[in-house]
Design a protein around this ligand. Sequence first.
Ligand SMILES: Nc1ncnc2c1ncn2[C@@H]1O[C@H](COP(=O)(O)OP(=O)(O)OP(=O)(O)O)[C@@H](O)[C@H]1O
Ligand SMILES: [Mg+2]
Length: 405
Amino acid sequence: MKKKFKEATGNTLAPLRPHLKWLVVGFAVFISFGSIYYTNSLVDQIRVREQRQIEIYASSLEFLANESENVNFFLILDEIVAANNSIPVILTDESENPEDYRNLDRVDKIDSEDQRNSFLKKEIELMKEDHPPIEVTLKDDQDNIYGYKYIFYKNSFLLSQLKFYPYIQLSVIALFGIITFLVLNYMRRVEQDRVWVGLAKETAHQLGTPLSSLMAWSEYFKGLYKDQQDVLIEFDKDVDRLKVITDRFSSIGSEPQLTMMNIADVIDEIVIYLQKRLSTKITITVSAFPNRDIGALINQSLFAWVIENLCKNAADAMDGKGSIHISILKANEGRIAVDVQDTGKGISKSKIKNVFRPGYTTKKRGWGLGLTLAQRIIEQYHSGKIFVKQSEINKGTTFRIYLNG
Ligand SMILES: Nc1ncnc2c1ncn2[C@@H]1O[C@H](COP(=O)(O)OP(=O)(O)OP(=O)(O)O)[C@@H](O)[C@H]1O
Ligand SMILES: [Mg+2]
């Protein structure tokens, strides 16, 4: 039964998730490049079409100018560009003096002649950077060249906009994607919270009833079997342990109270309890720096749960033989650091990021929940931090906890 659960939630599923992530990222990159490529090809097509259009204007202009006498260029330009209501063009003489223009809305708004001229000249410079001007050759009846005109032009507003379109579009999609991701992540967390809290509350509630009746039975037996007091003391110890467990579940199921406590004393008490239950070949030592007088804001029963989980993991990693050292020290900004160091088999660098993941376990009979729970207790209930400070294969691992002092 236990094994089945592990397979359903642990190792077998975990490696799939990174693949899925890369699949989504790959798909997003494919869509982005696809979209940019497609729009760029559209831009190219429109650019070629606009170029063709301008060339047709130029040849028509040349043709008309050379066909009839007394040509009025402005009139011709008017007629030719009537069909063009989007490509900005400027017609100039040989010395690039503007003679007429079309589709330059900003020029129309300028009142002064001088300003308009200088604006057009600047515009001509800009247009030159975009495309070389088209030359219109003016010939008389005998085919003698008597002058030139130039048509300057730039991309239409539509074309300029279209160039930026995929980037704007992708930015909007990316923003939307990020917001969706954050909202979904938040919702997932809220849901997980509810499961944790609900399950813990229900467990505490269910344990409550048999526990009170066990306590009543203990009193009853104490009166009945006066010669069996030793047994009943052990019985009471187990009942007390059950009380502690119930208390832990009920603390996790509600907003736990934090109290300022001497952390060295609290840890000593946990160590005494653990030492009795772990193999005799495992020694646990505690040190405090600069002295034992270090207070931390903790919920005692939840914090004890964390230390127990870390020490049990350490004992598992040492295969029942080795030493665990817990050091307490005053860190910066009023924080308290608690290091749990073992001489076990260590965690490889690539696995370190997995250890806090729910369901991640390398043990035959593990649930992969010990560190998830520890992280939840430290980070959510104590506003602290827990992480792998250091680990080396076959040398040992150190977990660090930060608490608020
Ligand atoms: N001190 C340690 N040394 C080496 N590996 C460790 C240590 N602590 C944790 N690990 C690795 O991290 C994994 C996850 O630990 P966690 O406590 O979350 O689950 P578990 O111990 O496997 O199962 P359980 O839910 O019963 O605690 C372990 O299976 C182990 O591979
Ligand atoms: Mg564990």
